[in-house]
Design a binder for this molecule. Structure first.
Ligand SMILES: CC(C)(COP(=O)(O)OP(=O)(O)OC[C@H]1O[C@@H](n2cnc3c(N)ncnc32)[C@H](O)[C@@H]1OP(=O)(O)O)[C@@H](O)C(=O)NCCC(=O)NCCS
Length: 161
């Protein structure tokens, strides 16, 4: 599996991963209305391309297809982190996370943090994150729980090497 920065023609493939994983995997923990708000079926692709152009995500490529992506912001915030719905539990997330942590270490980032879905909580715990806060907001008339999670990185060292 290859982990690299995205190429400018890949925005729509990245959207497909985000859309299908949200609707097929996160549906375990959230309502259809909530999922439609986060990943609308009529998403404005111009806005999405703009977003991806700015966030410059890492992508995972296996057998020649995109199987996951993740965004790391300069302040250590991990925003979107999604694996293809047919490639769940096959090590794609771990491979992307390792690269993302290496990038953080290269850039002197000391703290990684994310607002993590119920669906991804166990994965982030496995990657060495701790929960700093549990939140529940009402979104589209139903509670939507998530977790503030963080991982401190000692400078120049990775426990994932
Ligand atoms: C979270 C996510 C990115 C993990 O990617 P993945 O490729 O499935 O993860 P991996 O296969 O690398 O799994 C790594 C470890 O985490 C564990 N893990 C992953 N998801 C898990 C789950 N839902 N429950 C329990 N353990 C889980 C795996 O069992 C594995 O443990 P092991 O090394 O002991 O076998 C993926 O499940 C996903 O796309 N989730 C939906 C989108 C989402 O919620 N994203 C986060 C938004 S904050």
């Amino acid at each position: 599996m290859d982990i690299r920065k995205y190429e400018i023609w890949e925005e729509e493939e990245i959207w497909k991963i985000y859309y299908h994983t949200t609707h097929r995997i996160n549906v375990r923990n959230y309502t259809e209305r909530q999922l439609e708000r986060w990943a609308p079926h009529d998403m404005d692709m111009r806005k999405w391309r703009e977003r991806i152009g700015k966030s410059n995500p890492f992508v995972a490529v296996a057998d020649g297809i995109l199987v996951g992506f993740a965004e790391l912001e300069p302040n250590g915030h991990i925003d979107y982190f999604y694996c293809h719905h047919e490639w769940q539990g096959k090590g794609v997330g771990t491979a992307i996370y390792r690269e993302l942590e290496k990038e953080a270490l290269r850039n002197g980032i000391r703290r990684l943090f994310a607002e993590v879905s119920m669906t991804a909580k166990e994965f982030f715990l496995k990657m060495g994150f701790v929960i700093t806060e549990e939140r529940s907001r009402i979104i589209c008339d139903a509670p939507a729980k998530n977790f503030m999670m963080e991982k401190m990185l000692p400078l120049g060292y990775s426990d994932l090497e």
